[in-house]
Design a protein around this ligand. Structure first.
Ligand SMILES: O=C(O)C(=O)C[C@H](O)[C@H](O)CO
Length: 319
């Protein structure tokens, strides 16, 4: 039983401790936990909401670490299966003084990529108000894509509100064309679509936020599109043609940009769960994104309710 549900692949992140070193030259790594949809789950839980994370890990030390950490973050593990034939996915990540870090994935044939669609029949949606879906899980294998689509259909049939973050990972797709077609098709199944401007450029050929929004508003289930425009915040357009921009927050020192988009998604979802208006939810998305980029891990900057309140006070804004 939970308010939120999501599906994804957890990754053990081996984060470099050697500043600005190429991945092949790094000598010391720190073990952290990541995976976009897991990041969202961790942040939702930190803000006091219940969440179940659907996935599969290997019967290996990384799988055991991942499951233990997930429980410690108070994220539900009811739908995390164990596969004793495949290993848990992992990733190595650079430490950079500026820009986005280089990453390399060891996730081909991972345990999560073998999560079959039978799991979907076992999922109880009775208390679920939101499901967060992202373009990563359907990219990791055909099996994962089938499971993802079956879940999406069940969510629609049960009137569960859905958010969809394209989360482009070109290295996981067989071609850019397959990525574009699949992601755009999946986006049309979601109520709220959360593309970034760079993703818009790749997926529909424009970096104009309104054009991106208009493109995704054609989706069958889509009611609202929120386009992330980086430090400037986010542009919102809904089916009624209403548009507005919600400002971002200035960050003096960016430590690591990874996890900011997930922070945005969880900020929006958690605020909507608390019946805040969409504008406030988008502001919270921007706030959580800004907090996340100030920390080295993929999810360690997500706030508790008290930390979020303190951030708003410091920024002199009200939600
Ligand atoms: O889930 C992935 O593909 C990752 O690369 C791990 C990170 O935690 C994720 O990118 C953050 O969005």
């Amino acid at each position: 039983m939970s308010e939120v549900i999501t599906i994804g692949e957890p990754l053990v992140i081996l984060a470099s401790k050697d500043m600005d070193k190429k991945l092949e030259d790094v000598k010391t790594f720190q073990r952290l936990l990541g995976g976009a949809e897991l990041n969202v789950s961790i942040g939702i839980s930190r803000l006091g909401h219940s969440v179940q994370y659907i996935s599969q890990v290997g019967d290996d030390p990384f799988g055991k670490y991942v499951k233990k950490e997930i429980s410690e973050h108070n994220v539900g593990t009811d739908y995390i299966l164990e596969d004793n034939e495949h290993w848990t996915g992992h990733q190595i990540k650079q430490l950079v003084s500026k820009g986005d870090p280089d990453t390399f994935n060891y996730r081909k044939n991972s345990a999560a990529s073998y999560l079959t669609s039978e799991i979907v029949d076992k999922i109880d949606l009775s208390d679920v108000k939101f499901a967060h879906m992202s373009g990563i899980f359907p990219a990791i294998s055909e099996t994962a894509e089938n499971t993802f689509r079956k879940l999406f259909k069940k969510l629609i049939d049960n009137n569960v509100k859905t958010t969809f973050d394209p989360n482009l990972r070109p290295q996981l797709w067989s071609s850019e064309e397959v990525m574009r077609e699949t992601i755009n098709n999946l986006a049309s199944m979601a109520n709220i679509v959360l593309p970034g401007i760079n993703e818009g450029k790749i997926l529909m050929g424009s970096s104009d936020p309104e054009k991106i929004a208009d493109f995704y508003l054609k989706g069958e289930q889509t009611e609202t599109v929120i386009v992330k425009v980086g430090p400037d915040g986010a542009f919102v357009k809904n089916k009624n043609g209403e548009t507005y921009t919600v400002h971002g927050f200035k960050v003096d020192h960016v430590v690591d940009t990874v996890g900011a988009g997930d922070g945005f998604a969880l900020g929006v979802i958690s605020a909507l769960l608390e019946n805040k208006p969409l504008k406030s939810a988008v502001l919270r998305g921007n706030a959580v994104g800004a907090l996340q980029v100030q920390t080295p891990g993929d999810n360690d900057g997500y706030p508790t309710p008290e930390e979020l309140k303190a951030f708003y006070e410091k920024e002199s804004v009200a939600e």
